[in-house]
Design a protein around this ligand. Structure first.
Ligand code: C2O
Length: 576
């Protein structure tokens, strides 16, 4: 903060002192903190569903540690890999301006941290507030390697809603009663779909409805009359989830790292990667109430149909109610597994808190088909072709199934000018036009495997219509863009029709997010300004789809001058 030049006059010394106090106070407001952490990635015995697994964790914690920072703060996290697997960490939703080196996706912005090695992630949070999270970005390690990343407003800046009495992070997870890395390995070998999970979890615990679990069911005490903020994160690997609390209304006040126009609902839906902040007032009879989550399954595919629970427990609950028969908590009504109407209506209700500035002219009008596919095998009886009718599952955007390079990360290859690692000819529209959500001819089911990037000039404006296809199955694909937040300006069912649908876009108060699902058999339109140079992955946050290639990446070129140019890489950046 700049010093003020004041002429000192005897009569004004009191005023001067007062001014000094005020400026000292203001100066303290602008002080950003630097938070240092050590994240040791290590195996740790974790017992769930009657069995103990040697799970990969951070610092032996499951879920991992919660990071709490303010807007403007810097995080310095030394990741030490003491596990037997390669690992990287990703700070989901953090913009990482000019700093792709701290983003984390394996083989995109960095090479993996090998067992025994370490890498320090260093980044500053700029103009973001809300609930984000961090997770491993290396194969399926994020099944157990994840935690909350909470960004409070700058010191002295209030929330745009009444201050809650307390805040509770709620991490929804997914648990396999075996090593998730082996589940992935098997699926990668056979080409079939990976086994579905055995449980969902709330803050790492499956809850009362699972075997050997009720003793550890998570309980949240509340006092009658108080309002609490739930920071709900879908950190499940492969499943969209409905979430509700018995007899209690939820007031949505934020999604991802943005505030939203408040609205009240009894159930919310989150795709993997998404977060939702809700206010809950303890205005019901003092008792015990379940909060619960189960699948929203939009695809024609097997899924884990179990339900995870935790308990909202009023502190004034009568003693006799704690024991005895009457102690069974009240259960919330969750929508049916395939209730697309409820899921879509909820997502469509989310709006920005106030009017926003969307780009007025679009430089890149992109149309991306997203969906599954099948790779034909020369020998359909091969053990490696156990997908439908002797094929292997694949997934693609505009018929390109993304292949992660192995010889170097994309960002390192780009920065070093190493040729042959990727091309920049990712198609802006699908190679063939067809009835995307109709009966698609088999000839269009097989994508090509490539490492293609789409190049953007610094500062250019981008619109992407993400069009789900009915190839193999229609499905809600939670699409996540690294390094950016985008405005969700429209969504609908069926094929996108530019002349009809563009006119209906919400350009006034569209929500700002980092992850948005395609309605199953429908489309969603997003807009952003390419003002963050680097290589940024966009992918489906259903990890099984990511492994099948449902990804692409943007190469955003440097602009003019230092402030529009990617920072030099840290010296300890791992090499491939
Ligand atoms: Cu939450 Cu690419 O990830």
């Amino acid at each position: 903060m700049e010093l003020l030049k004041l002429t000192v006059k005897p009569w004004s010394s009191c005023l001067l002192l007062g001014l000094f106090v005020i400026f000292a106070f203001l100066a303290s407001l602008s002080v950003a903190e630097i938070h240092y952490h050590e994240f040791v990635v290590q195996a740790k015995p974790v017992k769930r569903l009657c069995r103990t697994h040697n799970s990969i964790t951070v610092n032996g914690q499951f879920p991992g540690p919660t990071l709490q920072v303010r807007d403007g703060d810097t995080l310095v996290i030394k990741a030490i890999n003491n596990a037997q697997y390669n690992v990287t960490l990703h700070w989901h939703g953090i913009r990482q301006l000019r700093n792709p080196w701290a983003d984390g996706p394996e083989y995109v912005t960095q090479c993996p941290i090998r067992p025994g090695q370490s890498y320090t992630y260093r980044f500053t949070i700029k103009n973001q507030e809300g609930t984000l999270w961090w997770h491993a970005h290396s194969r399926w390690l994020r099944a157990t390697v994840y935690g909350a990343l909470i960004i409070y407003p700058r010191l002295g800046v209030p929330y745009p809603f009444p201050m809650p009495k307390k805040e509770i992070p709620i991490l929804l997870g997914e648990w396999w009663d075996r090593n998730p890395m082996d589940v992935l390995k098997l699926a990668t070998f056979t080409g079939a779909a990976p086994n579905v999970s055995d449980a969902y979890t709330i803050n790492g615990q499956p809850g009362d409805l699972y075997r050997c679990s009720s003793k550890e069911t998570v309980r949240f005490p509340v006092v009658s009359g108080e309002t609490i903020l739930l920071r709900i994160i879908n950190s499940a690997l492969n499943q969209e989830l409905f979430f509700g609390v018995a007899n209690h209304k939820l007031t949505v006040v934020g999604v991802d790292s943005s505030y939203t126009k408040p609205f009240t609902t009894s159930v919310i839906m989150l795709g993997p990667g998404q977060t939702t902040n809700v206010l809950l007032t303890a205005d019901q009879a003092p008792a015990r109430y379940y909060m619960a989550a189960h699948a929203y399954n939009s695809a024609n595919a097997p899924f884990d149909n179990t339900t995870t629970t935790a308990i909202l427990e009023y502190k004034s609950v009568p003693c006799n109610a704690k024991k005895g028969k009457s102690s069974t908590p009240i259960f919330p009504q969750l929508p049916g597994f395939n209730d697309t109407a409820t899921a879509t209506a909820f997502t469509a209700q989310v709006k920005s808190l106030s009017q926003v500035k969307v780009p007025t002219v679009i430089d890149h009008n992109l149309f991306f088909t997203v969906g599954l596919g099948l790779i034909n095998c020369t020998n359909p009886n091969s053990p490696r072709c156990q997908g439908p009718n002797g094929t292997r599952f694949a997934a693609s955007i505009n018929n390109v199934s993304f292949v992660f390079p192995r010889i170097n990360s994309l960002m390192q290859a780009y920065y070093q000018g190493q040729p042959g690692v990727f091309t920049t000819n990712f198609p802006p529209v699908p190679p063939v036009q067809f009835d995307y959500t109709g009966n698609v001819s088999r000839g269009l089911w097989q994508p090509v495997k490539r490492t293609k990037l789409y190049k953007l000039k610094y500062g250019s404006t981008v619109q992407i219509v993400l069009q789900d296809t009915s190839i193999v199955t229609i499905e809600n694909h939670p699409m996540h863009l690294h390094g950016y937040e985008f405005y969700v300006v429209g969504m609908g069912f069926g094929n996108f029709n530019p002349s009809r649908d563009t006119a209906k876009f919400n350009l006034i108060n569209p929500p700002r997010r980092n992850t948005i699902g395609t309605p199953p058999g429908g489309w969603v339109a997003i807009q952003f300004v390419a003002n963050n140079p680097g290589i940024w992955l966009m992918h489906c946050h259903i990890d099984s789809h990511l492994n099948w290639g449902l990804a692409m990446a943007f190469l955003v070129e440097n602009g003019v001058g230092k402030l529009q140019t990617v920072q030099p890489p840290p010296l300890d950046l791992p090499r491939c």
